[in-house]
Design a protein around this ligand. Structure first.
Ligand SMILES: [Zn+2]
Ligand SMILES: [Zn+2]
Length: 117
């Protein structure tokens, strides 16, 4: 457990129910069940999620038979086979194209049709 220096950097939220010296701070229990969002509990939650992700990546339980290869999701959960990489590339291309299209739309609706495009 690293120190609680993070609690002093101004990101400390109001502690809902627990006193500052409650031993449940800095635990997944504090974050999930008591809904505390102090820096220590949030860090515990992040650690927990990181551990969880590592575990499911290692045992492959996220990447089960319900997700076909060649999906961006499967790439996201760690597969780097050709099919999944391709799907991922396609998805990020599509996403970028969508963002470009939206930007263009915004630009056009902000100007009165006299833009340089
Ligand atoms: Zn807390
Ligand atoms: Zn794959």
């Amino acid at each position: 457990m690293e120190g609680i220096a993070g609690a002093l950097d101004g990101t400390l939220d109001i502690v809902a129910e627990m006193l500052p010296d409650d031993p449940r701070h800095g635990t997944e229990n504090g974050y999930n069940n008591i809904k505390c969002r102090c820096e220590r509990c949030r860090r515990a939650h992040r650690d927990y999620q990181a551990r969880y992700m590592r575990r499911v990546l290692e045992d492959g339980s996220l990447v089960n038979a319900t997700v076909e290869h060649g999906s961006a999701y499967r790439y996201d959960v760690g597969c780097r086979c050709d099919a999944c990489r391709q799907a991922h590339n396609l998805k990020s291309r599509t996403t970028k194209a969508n963002i470009r299209a939206r930007k263009k739309l915004e630009t056009e609706s902000m100007s009165d049709g006299t833009n340089q495009l």
